[in-house]
Design a protein around this ligand. Sequence first.
Ligand code: ADP
Ligand code: MG
Length: 261
Amino acid sequence: MNKLIPAIKVKNLSFYYHTQKILEGVSMDIYQGKVTAIIGPSGCGKSTFLKCLNRMIELEPEARVEGRVEFFNQNIYERRVNLNRLRRQVSMVFSKPNLFPMSVYDNVAYGVKIVGWRPKAELDEIVESAIKDADLWDEVKNKLHKSALDLSGGQQQRLCIARALAVKPQIILMDEPCFALDTIASVKVESLIQSLRLRSELTMVIVSHNLPQVTRLSDFTAFFQNNENRIGEMVEFGATKKIFTTPVDSRTRDYIFARIA
Ligand code: ADP
Ligand code: MG
């Protein structure tokens, strides 16, 4: 096995909304080029954790983070960190497609244009290749200048992934990317994630409640749960195979075996 290199090291991360503690003492590594799944019951802080990884959480009022999140050895919570750059390098896909009311083309070009001006031909090429990478090209190539909001839910989600890919992120965070989709659309998004997984330079973190999907898609799994004080903790982290066959913690075992059996 190739050596594992952490792209992100989370060190003793705690999180509060105002005075309410939501996450406590989470430490884990997210390995470069791998897919890490975050699983656990609703309300245990999975979405919150994900948003701490690119400081998206600071868009929430009264959010407070303690601890460190090191992205290739730099603590992203240092004041001098450029937030726009960080969020390009660590981009996010939400459970509901959140496209802009613009054309298919403009949705993908949007983030690229923010980075800097490019000749039209170059922009066209970036847009096309991102949409191809998102397995969507054949479905939208004749609708590039139509509204993105007219696409189906599954197509919209793949377009969100294309938009994320267009700025060449190192990490993509996905919060229940198949949540709002029917079975067929979910299968397409899942196979897209599988094909992105083969491009070993991309790192992905995926929150999912679909445990069979997690076993198919991820290399590592972190199990989160609220403790007796109703504060989210990371209970166990390990290779997905290990977590799903021989978890060490009885809480992991109870959660997984109740849902897989
Ligand atoms: P999960 O994604 O695992 O379902 P969340 O991260 O969404 O969990 O939520 C974790 C906890 O934080 C929950 O108790 C939720 O009620 C609380 N929470 C989420 N968003 C806010 C907010 N904006 N203000 C206060 N509490 C919040
Ligand atoms: Mg959530």
